[in-house]
Design a protein. Structure first.
Lengths: 361, 857
């Protein structure tokens, strides 16, 4: 689960929902089919995060996400109409954390795509906006590339594990009631090789990435204001994904959940009742005034897991007009069944900026 | 020294003002009126230009270059290559269109189809939801009819956010929703709206086409290189230019119209100058004794001159300042009229406000003051040159200084000859404004002749009254004295007469010009407007030739059994060098008549229909100094091409000229057969009413089309014609008011001036009634002389206006015609006005207190 960047749109678009397909139990995942776009659903994203290192051990965290937000369901589209008419809103976020220099930069790109300069699923590329691209290769590996204000990345990603489907019965619940759910899977570990270019210097890097793909139509409930999400790749070869849907009253929605992926690929669905997440430190953004809980203590008693989450850098906030969130590289340390446990991952915190900044209205 | 002068000056001026407040007031008012009219005209012109420039600015935003296709076909597919061109930092596509609003008759919206993804670096306005800041992008992109309008638009039409309005595009009605608000720091023309470019293409039926691509440059110095790079990838008929160029084109187009307005506005200032001259002269005469004393006390000639000029300057600056206030008030009236005229003749413009620029005010003030000083110069000079002894002795030096030297006749005749020479030059070599010089010298020439003519008239009138006395054996003392008085105060009377004559001449000249013009146009319309019915999309009446006739509607008319044949009409502006030329495309049916200036009409028309060539209007040919047989270079989608001019025809529709091309030629090169309107020629027994009814039943019952019968179109044409000259009439009326004020003023001076003489007249037995009668005789004779001289010089002026100014500026051949009835009435109303203006002074003269007036004796 994550990245319902268009929280505002999700709420606003209830009227359209009837014409869009909603996420319902029983979806049968097939790959590579489900790597591709699902145009009949209103929103969809392909999300890559990861931590990579160059030969000298210099660490970089990155985020590259492509978003599709449907304006018009496929049935309502007219293939002969003006090419400027937008059926899908296309935008992407690219962020790079230069850990040793304590530098974080980000950029958003959006495009009409009237001339094919942005789009989804043209047979080879799953998503692209100009020179920001996500390509699915025939051997099921991915290539991603982006260049802009943060610098540039060019990565080849080879899945080290099979896709993991989150939730139960093919849907990941986001709120109570029919349709408040998404179809959601991850490839929790991809061996990553390629280049990071920062300030004109090219760094050959290796590391691990996490890929999320999620599509849905109207998953949020009216009482929800955002979420906390994290993904961790542990040193022992296992991975963990957790999310909490945050309610206006300060609590968390009981539908929140997580998935534990063992080193051998076996998965375990984690209910919210099985997870204890305690914020340990808050950081206040100078740019937006938002206060984010950036350090956590996480306990999952039934898995005998407990660890602390610390960001590699406090300021990893994407202060974007109409949509501000914190998303950054983290390091975790703790114990699994009494043995020391270390790992790296990404943390996402949304809905903390003031109304106008986080919701755009 | 300075302080001393200042003291004398204050005493000199203030005492005078105190004694003659009415005089001072009239002087001030005449200057104020002249300045006000001039300023108002400048503001109106300037506001129209600014309003148009603001339109260009709003559309182009912060663009540094603009790509557009004048004939309308800019393919959207060029956009990616344009955006990627070297030197371009940002590019955004634009689709523009006009819709009329059937729910608000006569109203329109210019809709800008914008791309919010790329136009952020260009936009000078803000798009937002009504409820709060921010733009609901999904709703903006989602709805087919969502538009953003200004708050002003809502207020004007009493609409609420979210209301639906009907919008008519090419005779089809669409529903638009007022979903968003346009905000700007500058005041927005409420006729502007914005919508998403994709939906704009759909609304205007322009899939695949753009109106323009706006560009920003990485470095403004790289402009020429960028243009060169763009030219490589763009089709030849697409233009790449700075957005401001369109403003310059329009400024140029409006130049003649505005120069004419300015010239007209200066007339009242000119009449005012006569007035000032008159009063300053009177004041010099009245104060001869004072001048004598001052001079005897050692005040120098220069100081005396400075006293009078200073006085004029004080009055002038007060008047000019008042004029600035009056000008602003008058501008409010004029701005609307000028904008209407410009919209109906030149370019759609909506002037929402008067632009007030400091320099316009400074200029108007300066011109007002300069005219005052110039007109006070000669009387001040006369005061300065008075011999102290003679001035003290009480001789009216200025009166006597006017000996009727032949110089007056010579100057008069020379001026008239000069007017002829300037006319010739204006027509033969230019520049066109020499025509105004000719008009000026006509007026000046006749003004110089006034003293001589007045003196002859005085002598002649005197002789005839004496002859009548002998015949009837009864003396008309007042008439005889009046006639004699005319030449006794020759200079002052001449100036009054000249001022009035100039105003009359202007009235006569302009009305003859307008009348001739109207007659010429009437004859031309009779010759050329011969179709029985004219059908066009109704919106073309509101916003110009922007909508097209549906092809099936054209077919319907062509195939209807009552129809013998049809002709089609299409109009657009194409670039020609760095100007734009209006090109009209017609099928050129056998029955369409062009009034050709020369040549074999049937051969020319055959060539026009069958070969790639054009017909040029007389004004176009004159403007570009082209003759038949020469050719013009137009840029077609395939590149530049020469089109020979097969013939030149008379046309009075626009001063910048028009070029006709056959539909066959146009379609061959431009691949576009859309038409703006259709002219229908009926069979002998065809009924216009039945055809109109059938057409409306088939294509639009809701007023989507206008259908004019031959007669109703003519009426409409003349409505527009009269509207065009409305401004002219307003300015003229003001000039006449100034002139009549002048008579009133002159007579008032006359009485003040002659109080002693009139008192003597009373003392020797003249009654108050006789004095009144005497003064009315004088006024009557002044009026008569002014009317006659005004009529004659007015007719000469009419020659210049129709034959020189019209031709030089607009290239129109206007055949002179005379509105006999109104010409015949002119002397009568001038005389009446003069007599009425004389009533109050005459009545006051009758009440002069004898003792007081004679005290000086």
């Amino acid at each position: 689960m994550k990245r319902l960047c268009f929280f505002l749109l999700l709420l606003a678009s209830v009227g359209w929902a009837a014409e869009w397909k909603i996420a319902e139990p029983g979806w049968r995942y097939e790959f590579p089919r489900d790597h591709h776009a699902h145009a009949e659903f209103k929103t969809e994203w392909w999300y890559f995060t990861g931590n990579v290192f160059d030969a000298e051990g210099r660490q970089f965290g990155y985020e590259l996400a492509f978003f599709r937000h449907g304006i018009r369901p496929p049935a309502a589209r007219d293939p002969n109409s003006s090419r400027f008419i937008v059926d899908d809103l296309k935008f992407a976020h690219f962020a790079l954390t230069d850990v040793s220099r304590k530098d974080f930069r980000f950029e958003q790109k959006t495009s009409r795509g009237a001339f094919g300069e942005a789009g989804f699923d043209d047979g080879k590329r799953l998503a692209w906006i100009n020179d920001w691209t996500l390509t699915l290769n025939t051997d099921d590996s991915f290539d991603i590339a982006a260049a802009g204000a943060p610098g540039a990345i060019h990565f080849h990603l080879r899945p080290a594990k099979a896709p993991v489907v989150h939730g139960e019965n093919g849907i990941s619940l986001k709120a109570a009631g029919k349709g408040h759910a998404s179809h959601y899977y991850s490839i929790p570990r991809l061996e990553t090789t390629g280049e990071v270019v920062v300030d004109g210097t090219v760094h050959a890097v290796r590391g691990a990435s996490w890929f999320d793909h999620e599509w849905a139509t109207s998953q949020l409930g009216p009482e929800q204001i955002g979420w906390n999400w994290l993904s961790v790749q542990f040193g022992d070869g296992s991975e963990l994904m957790l999310y909490q849907m945050r309610l206006k009253n300060g609590g968390t929605d009981p539908v929140s959940s997580g998935t534990f992926v063992a080193a051998d690929g076996a998965t375990k669905f984690l209910r919210s009742s099985a997870i204890v997440m305690t914020p340990e430190r808050r950081w206040k953004s100078k740019a937006t005034g938002a206060e984010y809980p950036i350090e956590w203590r996480v306990e999952i008693p039934e898995q005998q897991i407990s660890f602390t989450v610390k960001p590699v850098l406090d300021d990893q906030e994407l202060a974007l007009n109409q949509l501000t969130y914190w998303e950054g590289a983290i390091e975790v340390a703790g114990k699994l069944a009494g043995n020391p446990l270390k790992g790296r991952g990404y943390l996402e915190l949304t809905g903390y900026a003031s109304g106008a900044q986080s919701l755009g209205r | 020294m300075i302080a001393q002068y200042f003291r004398i000056f204050v005493w000199h001026v203030l005492r005078h003002l105190q004694r003659h407040p009415l005089l001072a007031l009239l002087n001030i008012l005449s200057v104020a009126l002249g300045v006000a009219v001039y300023l108002a005209t400048q503001i109106a012109n300037h506001s129209a230009n600014r309003a148009f420039a603001a339109t260009v600015d709003l559309v182009a935003g912060k663009a540094e270059l603009q790509i557009s296709a004048p004939a309308g076909h800019l393919s959207e597919t060029v956009f990616p290559a344009v955006a990627a061109t070297k030197g371009i930092s940002a590019a955004t596509p634009l689709v523009r269109g006009l819709v009329t609003l059937p729910d608000f008759p006569g109203e329109y919206l210019e809709i800008l189809g914008i791309d919010v993804f790329t136009n952020a670096p260009f936009r000078t306005f803000d798009l937002a939801n009504f409820e709060a800041s921010g733009l609901d992008i999904e709703r903006w992109l989602g709805g087919p009819g969502s538009i953003a309008v200004s708050q002003e638009f809502l207020r004007l039409h009493n609409l609420k956010p979210g209301d639906k309005i009907r919008a008519r595009v090419n005779v089809v009605d669409h529903e638009l929703e007022v979903g968003f608000v346009l905000r700007s720091e500058e005041t927005l023309d409420p006729h502007f709206a914005a919508m998403d470019i994709g939906w704009a293409q759909e609304l205007f039926g322009r899939r695949g086409e753009l109106s323009a691509i706006e560009l920003r440059l990485i470095d403004p110095r790289g402009r020429e290189n960028a243009i060169a790079e763009l030219r490589k990838i763009l089709p030849p008929d697409v233009s790449v230019a700075a957005p401001a160029q369109r403003t310059e084109e329009v400024d140029k187009m409006l130049g003649s119209f505005e120069l004419n307005m300015t010239a007209m506005s200066l007339v009242s200032l000119l009449v005012g100058m006569f007035l000032i001259y008159n009063t300053v002269s009177a004041s010099v005469i009245r104060r001869h004794r004072e001048i004598g004393i001052l001079r005897s006390l050692g005040v120098t000639r220069n100081e005396v001159r400075a006293l009078f000029l200073g006085e004029a300057a004080v009055l002038g600056s007060i008047g000019a300042s008042l004029g600035l206030v009056g000008g602003v008030l008058l501008a409010r009236v004029l701005v609307g009229t000028v904008a209407e005229t410009i919209s109906s003749l030149y370019v759609l413009v909506n002037v929402k406000q008067a632009f007030l620029e400091p320099w316009t005010f400074a200029a108007a003030w300066g011109i007002g003051l300069a005219s005052v000083i110039a007109s006070a110069w000669f009387p001040a000079e006369a005061a300065a040159s008075m011999e102290p002894a003679r001035a003290l002795e009480g001789g009216t030096g200025l009166e006597r200084s006017l000996d009727l030297s032949p110089a007056w006749w010579v100057s008069g005749l020379l001026s008239i000859v000069l007017a002829g020479v300037l006319s010739f030059l204006a027509l033969a070599v230019g520049p066109a404004w020499l025509g105004f010089g000719a008009a000026f010298f006509v007026l000046a020439g006749f003004s110089f002749l006034v003293p001589g003519l007045t003196s002859y008239f005085s002598a002649g009138a005197g002789a005839s009254f004496r002859a009548i006395r002998r015949l009837r054996r009864k003396a008309n003392v007042e008439a005889e004295l009046g006639a004699a008085n005319l030449s006794r105060a020759l200079l002052r009377n001449s100036i009054t007469i000249a001022a009035l004559a100039v105003a009359v001449a202007m009235t006569v000249g302009v009305s003859v010009m307008v009348f001739s013009f109207r007659k010429t146009v009437e004859a031309w319309i009779n010759e050329t407007l011969v179709a029985d019915l004219f059908v066009a999309p109704a919106s073309n009446e509101v916003v110009g030739p922007d909508s097209f006739m549906p092809a099936e509607a054209v077919q319907f008319l062509a195939n209807h059994p009552a129809v013998e044949t049809i002709d089609t009409f299409r109009e657009m502006d194409l670039p020609l060098g760095d100007e734009a030329v209006t090109v009209a495309v017609v099928r050129g049916s056998e029955r369409r008549h062009f009034q050709l200036v020369r040549g074999d009409a049937s051969a020319i028309m055959r060539r026009f229909r069958e070969e790639p060539c054009v017909l040029a209007s007389e004004s176009f040919a004159r403007r570009h100094r082209l003759r038949d047989g020469e050719s013009i270079k137009l840029t077609t989608p395939e590149g530049a091409r020469e089109f020979p001019i097969a013939g030149i025809f008379y046309d009075y529709t626009r001063d910048q000229g028009i070029v006709y091309m056959s539909a066959r030629t146009f379609t061959e090169f431009w691949h576009d057969d859309r038409v703006n309107s259709v002219a229908v020629y009926l069979k002998k027994n065809g009924s216009a009413e039945q055809l109109s009814a059938a057409f409306r039943a088939a294509f639009g019952r809701n007023g989507e089309f206008v259908i004019y019968s031959n007669q109703s179109l003519r009426t409409r044409v003349f409505e527009i014609f009269d509207q065009t000259f409305a401004v002219t009439y307003v300015l003229l009326a003001i000039a006449v008011v100034v002139a009549i004020t002048g008579i009133f003023l002159s007579l008032t001076i006359l009485i003040t001036e002659r109080s002693r003489e009139l008192a003597v007249f009373r003392a020797v037995g003249g009654s108050a009634a006789q004095i009144r009668k005497l003064l009315l005789w004088e006024t009557g004779m002044i009026g008569t002389l002014a009317a006659v001289i005004g009529l004659v010089s007015g007719l000469c002026l009419a020659l210049v206006l129709t034959g020189v100014i019209n031709r030089a500026f607009f290239g129109w051949t206007v055949r002179l015609a005379f509105p006999w009835r109104s010409l015949a009435l002119t002397p009568i109303w001038i005389l009446a006005a003069a007599l009425i203006a004389g009533l109050l002074p005459a009545w006051r003269a009758g009440k002069l207190v004898l003792a007081q007036s004679l005290r000086n004796e």
